[in-house]
Each structure stands twice: as structure tokens, then as C-alpha cells.
Ligand binder design. Sequence first.
Ligand SMILES: [Zn+2]
Length: 171
Amino acid sequence: MIYKNAHQKPTAHHPNMEIKPELVVLHYTATTSMAQTLHILNARRLSVHFVLSHNGKIFQLLDTEKKAWHAGASCFQDRDNVNDFSIGIELINPGFYKKKSFWRYGWSVQAGRKWGNWPRQQLNSLNTLLLWIRSQHPQCKHVVGHNEIAPGRKMDPGPLFPWSKIKRYKI
Ligand SMILES: [Zn+2]
């Protein structure tokens, strides 16, 4: 499905396979701009269905019924290869502080590290998008962090991510 309120930025990096999404996986980009994010996705030949900018703009790279390459080695409820049945959303956020990182929304300390704050307009946009996804894909019943399907390997969306403000489709 194509979300008509999103800016369309089609990607070539996907296997052109149909999927029936059952969950949404949230990521942070570890970048601070859209240009940087697209550059990295292309350089690594990765894809994701949506990228949400810090100011709430939604970019769609791939139809939600096509398989993207965003989760890597992963497992959800005893099923491997989560890319086969998930929608991936990248949220532009720097993750944890690295030398020279600039993030206009500031940082907060959590678990011994500084993490980029989450701007409200981005979270609002995410909730709008999640509702649209659920309306198009009634069988899509979960919203999880990348860390939950690749524990020990991935940390995103990070310890500061405000899950309590996100519509997690409590069935
Ligand atoms: Zn991720």
C-alpha cells in the first residue's frame, strides 16, 4: 500500500517479494538528516518502508506489501527473518552521543550514555502513520523495537524512546 500523505522516495534495494505484514519494527537511523539517512541506506543496499524526519515529515521508500531489508538477523515469537512479515520504520534520531554529534533537540542521560531527545512532532507523525498502517493491514497487530527482535545485537530505538506515547496496537 502507498500512503498518499507521504513523500515518495522509491528505493531499488529490495527483493521484490510480496509480504503480509504482522508487525511494525521501529528503528533509529543514528543520523541527523534525511540526506545522510538515504545515503547510508543506499550505500549499504538496505531498505525500509518509511523514514520519519525529526520535524514529522513522512517519506515512503517501499510499498507496505513488499519485503524490505531492515531487520537483519531477527526473531519474533519464535519466527526468524522478521523482514518476511514486517513493516520497517526508520526514525531520524542520532541514537547515543558520539563526538561532534549535533542534535538540535538536545540529549538526556540514560543507562550511562547521552541519547538524542525525541521531538514531539515526530512522535505525532509516527502515531498518525501507525494508525494508517493498522487501517490498511488489520492483521498487523504489533509494534516493536528493533532491539526486541534482535536482542544483544541492536539497541534501537534506544532507552529514551517514549513507548508510553506510541500507539502499540494493544489488540
Ligand atoms: Zn534498527
